[in-house]
Design a binder for this molecule. Sequence first.
Ligand code: ZN
Ligand code: FE
Length: 255
Amino acid sequence: MPMEILTIPCRTDNYAFLAHDAASGETALIDVPEAGPILAALKDRNWTLGQILITHHHGDHIDGVAEVVATTGAKVLGARSDSHRLPPLDHAFAVDETITVGTQTGTVIDVSGHTVGHVAFHFPQSAAVFTADSLMALGCGRLFEGTPAQMWESLSKLAALPRDTVVYSGHEYTEANGRFAVTIEPENPALQARIKSIAKARAGGRPTVPSTLVEELATNPFLRAGLSEVKSAINMEHASDVEVFAEIRRRKDAF
Ligand code: ZN
Ligand code: FE
């Protein structure tokens, strides 16, 4: 049975996620931008928080950890390689380690690029991947620490997940990402259709996160950097996938 996953808007444009395994009654929280909305959602659902899974060290993903721990007593899990700059961890996991939420088994995937040590959590029984600032809806995180090659490798791992996977990313940046994406692929009909549905969702105050891996593969210019149609759209037919990805990332930084 898949987990029930709640998308919780936090701060200006962040998302946190509560993942509840009804079979066992266990609940995990992925990232903690701030405590208030998360504690309110737990109370509303009458869920008991057991674990906090941290994707990376940026303040907008961890600032609420201490308050949530103080209130719930939840255990904090984060990457061993980043433990020096994460809140105190009850369990420092290795990359490729397995995480358990009740009856659900999750895999830790190294998705370095935005930061080195950024991880994603993949729960195949729930067809869910929590990507924070690696793969984002119609975009990817800015390269603060990693190289284009690292981010390309990270995105390639996520692109290889089962096609029915739902992508729970960390920010509501999708509308702006869409404005950039059309400058790379103005002729992509799936992208044009997605931009229309994003505008509709935002006008109605609805989040555009989560998205599906299928729609990201069809429309996200960063995931599509290896395709010949994208290479020729930006006159880089003979460049490597990483070179094309780096160029698209460079253009987005200047957009
Ligand atoms: Zn970040
Ligand atoms: Fe962030």
